[in-house]
Design a binder for this molecule. Structure first.
Ligand code: R5P
Length: 296
C-alpha cells in the first residue's frame, strides 16, 4: 500500500486492517510551484508485478490545496505504473471538484466529470471513494468505481454519545438521502427534517429556511462536506431557534476551511464529527475497516 501525504492516518489504518506493508512518500514543492513526489522505496522491483493500493484523499488543508493533492495522486499512480505494478487500486475518499457536477452559470466547466476523465488517462484498475457529492459522476470512470457509504459508521459514533429523542436534520435537499440513511442506522422511526437552502451562485451567500419543531430534541445535522462551515452554522442557528437541545454536526468530509470551527461552535454545536477521509482534529470516525472490507 502506498500511503499518500494527504491520508497518513487512514492509509496506515487500512494497511493494518489488511495486514499489508505500507510505504509513504516524499514530497516537496519546487521554487517554481511544481509538485514533486517520490515513493519512499529504494528497490523498485518491490512494486513490479504487485497489486498496489494507493490511498490519497484530495481535499484541501492548511498544508496543500486540492490541486497539489491531485498532482500527488497522479504522480503516485504514474510512478507505480512505471515500476510495473500488475494492478492499481486508487482509494480517494474525498474526490476534489465533486461539487462542480453541474453547470450553475453559463460559461462554466462541469469539472467533476473532467477530474474522472483525467484519472481515466492513467488506466487504473479500480477506484474507491466515499460519500461522493453526486455519486452519478462515478459513471464517468472507465474502470470499476465504487462509492462507499459511511452513514452506519457515523450513526454508530452518535449512538455511543447516548443522545436521546433524536431528530436528524438535512441542511439542504442534497443531504436528504444521506440523512435518511443515517436516521435508519440510528434506530427505528428517527425523524428526518429538511431545511431549504438557497445559495447565491454569484456571491456564495446562503439563505436557509424551515419550520420544524425541535423542542427538547437532540439534533444531528448531517451533510457530506463541511467546507467553510456556512451551511452548518446557518442550520444550527435555525435548529436552535426551533428549540433544539443538543446539536451534533456530522460530515463525512469535514474540511474545516477558514473560520469553519469558530462559526460552527459559536453557532452552538456541541460536537463536530468527521471521518479520517480528512486528517484533522475532528476526524473521530475511521473509514479504515469499511474500506478494507471492500478491498478484501
Ligand atoms: C453542498 O451542497 C454540500 O453538500 C455542502 O453543504 C457544502 O459544500 C458546505 O459548504 P460550506 O461549509 O462552505 O457551507
Amino acid at each position: 500500500m502506498i500511503v499518500g501525504p494527504a491520508s497518513q492516518i487512514l492509509g496506515v489504518r487500512i494497511a493494518q486492517e489488511l495486514g499489508i506493508e505500507s510505504i509513504n512518500t516524499e514530497i516537496k514543492k519546487f521554487p517554481d510551484g511544481e509538485n514533486y513526489l517520490r515513493i519512499n522505496i529504494e528497490d523498485e522491483t518491490l512494486i513490479a508485478g504487485k497489486e498496489v493500493i494507493i490511498v490519497q484523499s484530495t481535499g484541501p488543508s492548511a498544508s496543500a490545496d486540492q490541486n497539489a493533492r491531485l498532482m500527488e495522486l497522479f504522480m503516485m499512480i504514474d510512478s507505480i505504473k512505471r515500476m510495473g505494478a500488475a494492478k492499481i487500486i486508487a482509494v480517494i475518499p474525498y474526490l476534489a471538484y465533486a461539487r462542480q457536477d453541474k453547470i450553475f452559470r453559463p460559461g462554466e466547466s462541469q469539472f467533476a466529470n473532467s477530474i474522472l476523465h483525467l484519472i481515466n488517462n492513467f488506466n487504473i484498475d479500480e477506484l474507491y471513494s466515499v460519500d461522493v457529492h453526486s455519486p452519478i459522476i462515478l459513471n464517468e470512470c472507465s474502470c470499476k468505481a465504487i462509492n462507499i457509504d459511511s452513514m452506519k459508521l457515523l450513526a454508530d459514533y452518535i449512538k455511543s454519545k447516548e443522545a436521546s429523542d433524536i431528530v436528524v436534520v438535512a441542511p439542504d435537499k442534497g443531504a436528504i438521502e444521506r440523512s435518511q440513511a443515517l436516521a435508519k442506522h440510528l434506530g427505528e422511526n428517527i425523524p428526518v427534517e429538511v431545511f431549504e437552502k438557497v445559495r447565491d451562485v454569484k456571491t456564495g451567500e446562503i439563505k436557509m429556511s424551515g419550520i420544524v419543531n425541535l423542542r427538547d430534541k437532540d439534533v444531528v445535522i448531517s451533510d457530506d462536506i463541511i467546507a467553510t462551515g456556512g451551511t452548518m452554522a446557518t442550520a444550527i442557528n435555525l435548529a436552535k431557534a426551533s428549540g433544539a437541545k443538543k446539536i451534533y454536526v456530522v460530515a463525512t468530509h469535514a474540511l474545516m476551511l477558514e473560520q469553519a470551527k469558530f462559526r460552527i461552535l459559536k453557532a452552538g454545536a456541541d460536537e463536530i464529527i468527521g471521518t479520517d477521509s480528512i486528517d484533522n482534529e475532528v476526524c473521530k470516525v475511521s473509514l479504515a475497516k469499511i474500506i478494507a472490507d471492500y478491498l478484501k
